[in-house]
Design a protein around this ligand. Structure first.
Ligand code: ADP
Ligand code: MG
Length: 314
């Protein structure tokens, strides 16, 4: 459904996108994951016809976006990083306006009502957009993308700036859209793509460094088990006792302290859950555990692991 071949975009000597290629099949939900400045927005803006490329090709439904922008754009609903909302319009006025500019031919009342229902904005349809919360505005942004019922939907960092509850709602909405659409979602949050997408394309400094099913990436990430353990007890002895536990690879004294507890960073061997042994070892010494937290990997660490792994394969 989407084909990107050897796409390049440079600004002078700076390559925002540096020869990337990937495909997205019909009905897939693909995550485009990368840190800030990786080239996600540039790629999406090219794919949706908002930006021209330096070289390479981007096709949607077999139609080249550069050669045939009007036809290609009809197949795409786009939620840019900054949704193009007119804040002095009511939600309904705005959706009608979008309906017009897209040259939509579906039954207007019925279609817009359906779009409002899917995005759960029916109850704010007569409110001015300027008076809506960020979460509702984002839904109006998504509604705008859905007008015309395009088969492909592209979201650029759809949950940035939302609170945790809104994030869950928007992710659920995107997941449900994935049932009837081909979806690309860009984000710099690993757990976001893990919870929403079938496949993950990882981009870093304008280059694709991985393109795999989500399970594979998750496996790489879970290879490593790290915990922050907070224990009320004598620092050195606690660290020594933690190091004795089978399966513990390393214990780092972080220097963080809360009342009489110190925080230790514990790394465990792959496939070993050391949490119970940690509990028993501390209990034996009468050192209460006052906190135990599993530490996720940050994106950099994930990248390093993925790059290491693919180099190991060679
Ligand atoms: P992302 O969306 O992944 O955060 P972008 O695609 O926005 O990244 O940007 C990729 C790189 O290209 C960044 O280093 C950014 O500074 C640079 N860039 C983007 N737009 C321009 C521009 N108009 N002029 C110069 N550099 C740009
Ligand atoms: Mg961006």
């Amino acid at each position: 459904m989407i084909e990107i071949n050897h796409l390049v975009k440079n600004y002078g000597s700076k390559f925002a996108v540096d020869d990337i290629s990937f495909r997205v099949g019909e009905g897939e939900i693909v995550g485009f994951l990368g840190p800030n400045g990786a080239g996600k927005s540039t790629t999406m803006n090219i794919l949706t016809g908002y930006l021209s490329s330096t070289s390479g090709e981007a096709k949607v439904g077999g139609i080249d976006i550069l050669e045939n922008p009007d036809e290609a754009k009809k197949l795409i609903g786009f939620l840019p990083e900054q949704p193009p909302l007119y804040i002095d319009m009511t939600v309904n006025e705005y959706l009608n306006f979008v309906y017009e500019i897209k040259g939509c031919r579906l039954n207007r009342e019925k279609h817009l009502e359906e779009v409002r229902k899917v995005t759960k904005i029916e109850d704010v349809k007569n409110r001015l957009i300027r008076n809506l919360s960020k979460g509702y505005r984002q839904r109006v942004g998504i509604a705008q993308a859905l007008v015309g019922n395009p088969p492909v939907i592209i979201f650029d960092e759809p949950t940035v700036g939302l609170d945790p509850k809104q994030i869950i709602e928007i992710r659920n909405l995107i997941r449900s859209l994935g049932k009837n659409h081909t979806v690309i979602l860009s984000t710099h949050i690993l757990s976001e793509v893990q919870s929403v997408c079938d496949r993950i394309v990882i981009i870093n400094e304008g280059k694709i460094i991985a393109d795999e099913r989500t399970e594979n990436i998750t496996q790489v990430v879970e290879d490593n088990r790290r915990y922050a353990v907070k224990v009320a007890g004598p620092q050195r002895e606690v660290a020594a006792a933690l190091r004795q536990i089978p399966g513990v690879l390393s214990v780092e004294i972080t220097g963080e302290r809360e009342l009489d507890s110190y925080v230790y960073r514990v790394e465990a061997e792959k496939g070993v859950d050391v949490r119970k042994p940690v509990f028993w070892a501390m209990a034996e010494n009468n050192w209460p555990i006052t906190g135990l937290e599993t530490l996720g990997m940050n994106l950099e660490e994930v990248f390093t692991k993925i790059v290491d792994r693919s180099e190991g394969k060679k």
